[in-house]
Write a protein that binds this ligand. Structure first.
Ligand SMILES: *Cc1c(COP(=O)(O)O)cnc(C)c1O
Length: 479
């Protein structure tokens, strides 16, 4: 005899995989089998990972039942917040109809087409074409292949160098990590790949010296001009940059920076690529970070907020200058992924964009929750441990310093030691804040409520107080 069909409630519980295993067992299995990304394996094996079992809005639940405010929107991606059934249902419906098919060999599918049309409509007028991949890294790999191929088709095969910035983040594949300016990543895997050149970043707090932020913004931008002069415009394919550096520590460039970059790139034969993987889809209170800053890139790499992280998908926006030329010239682009234009991911992206539009989340960041959180976040600057509090849209940072008003962090000792202490205390206080070196950063979901924002800042302040006490004990702060 067949077992009776489980009821809906029973099914729901059965489907909750994490609830079928005791926490201790999961942690053991995790340590035994799972190699995590960007993780010190020795340290994690000793300590064990935290198991997340559920999430709703801006709140996470771990397997011990602790509720944590998700100050990082997952990993800068859950723009519409957690637990949106609408996206789950869109994916489910699409899976029932056509879960997967590829876009190779002259085939296509409705969700990928409609999404490309939608993305073209949401972006600046030069963007009418989309190339899909599954991650931000793959989007940037696509950019490298595409811009080099474009110039060689145009009879300028020497234009190969891609200018990028120190401490920028563009992903973790060979090309993504090469474009990125993270030295510890370059050290593993013999990177960067050839013809990537890094210029300094517009990080006033850390590198501005005696200059005012505005002076430093011009100075940092002119590093691009210098690099072009030294390397030769005839050898340079593109310049890639995030509107605001995210993983580098929420580095908000001085106001003078982007206008000066635009002046430098004007009339140059150098493609401008915006890495919008974080800034795209509303984070700065505009659809794209380029819109916020008034930049007009030739290409944009996007991912994260495209699906709010519900399924992996990325999109490269290809400007008409390039797309029209490729269409005119013909020839195979020998590049693409099994999952380029994945119909289920595209359906999830469309549902996600529908939520962002319907709930007016982009304007909400600009006019409501962005200014609301910023006003409160900036009050943290009065804390003895905080050398600077900054925020644009819903991306914020706190520069921890041992001794105000000096911006030096030397007394902390090893770079990142104070940040790690603060990060761990923050988790204990039920707030996910990330540490980049000794800078604390947040990028909460765009649906953050006013009450969530108040809670976030209260927990951050408590965390700073406790961190200060701990660092005082270690002799790493004065005052
Ligand atoms: C996260 C990120 C990437 C890489 O995206 P993945 O999906 O992790 O490959 C690229 N660029 C920026 C700016 C990012 O923040």
């Amino acid at each position: 005899m067949r077992a009776p069909e489980p009821g809906a409630e029973e099914m729901a519980t059965m489907n909750q995989i994490s609830n079928r295993y005791p926490t201790a067992e999961l942690k053991e299995k995790d340590a035994a089998h799972y190699l995590h990304p960007f993780t010190d394996y020795k340290a994690l094996s000793a300590e064990k990972a935290r198991v997340i079992v559920g999430a709703d809005g801006c709140w996470l639940t771990d397997s011990d039942g602790n509720r944590m405010l998700d100050g990082m929107a997952g990993l800068w991606c859950t723009n519409v917040g957690h637990g949106r059934m609408e996206i789950a249902e869109a994916a489910f419906e699409q899976m029932k109809e056509l879960a997967y098919y590829n876009s190779f060999f002259k085939t296509t599918n409705a969700p990928a087409i409609l999404l490309a049309e939608k993305l073209a409509a949401l972006s600046q007028p030069q963007f009418n074409h989309i190339f899909y991949a599954s991650s931000g890294s793959e989007a940037n790999d696509t950019v490298v292949r595409l811009v080099r191929w474009y110039w060689s088709l145009k009879g300028k095969p020497k234009k190969k160098i891609i200018l990028s910035r120190k401490n920028g983040y563009h992903g973790s594949t060979m090309a993504g990590a090469s474009l990125g300016g993270m030295v510890p990543m370059h050290e593993q895997g013999d990177l960067p790949i050839p013809n990537i050149h890094h210029i300094p970043q517009p990080y006033w707090f850390g590198e501005g010296g005696d200059m005012t932020p505005d002076e430093f913004g011009i100075h940092a931008a002119r590093e691009l001009e210098k690099a072009i002069d030294v390397l030769g415009e005839g050898n340079i394919a593109a310049f890639i940059a995030e509107p605001i550096q995210g993983a580098g520590g929420v580095i908000i460039p001085p106001d003078t920076y982007w206008p000066e970059i635009r002046r430098i790139l004007k009339d140059r034969e150098i493609l401008f690529v915006a890495d919008e993987v974080i800034c795209g889809f509303g984070r700065l209170g505009a659809w794209f970070g380029s819109d916020y800053y008034g930049n007009a890139p030739d290409l944009m790499a996007t991912a994260k907020g495209l699906t709010s992280g519900y399924l992996p998908m990325s999109a490269v926006f290809v400007g008409d200058k390039i797309a029209d030329y490729l269409k005119h010239e013909g020839g195979d682009f020998n590049h693409g992924y099994t999952y380029s234009g994945h119909p289920t991911c595209a359906a999830a992206a469309l549902a996600n964009l529908a939520i962002i539009e319907r709930e007016g989340l982009v304007d909400r960041v600009r006019d409501d929750i962005g200014p609301y959180l910023k006003a409160r976040w900036l009050t943290l600057a009065d804390h003895p441990l905080v050398g600077e509090a900054r925020m644009t849209g819903l991306m914020g940072a706190l520069e921890l310093v041992p001794s105000k008003p000096s911006r030096s962090k030397a007394l902390f000792g090893e770079v990142g030691s104070a940040g790690t202490i603060c990060r761990d205390i923050s988790f204990r206080n039920g707030l996910v804040m990330r540490a980049v070196r000794d800078t604390m950063i947040i990028a909460p979901p765009l649906v953050l409520t006013h009450a969530d924002a108040d809670e976030l800042v209260a927990r951050a302040r408590k965390t700073l107080d406790e961190t200060w006490v701990e660092l005082k004990k270690q002799g790493k702060v004065t005052a």
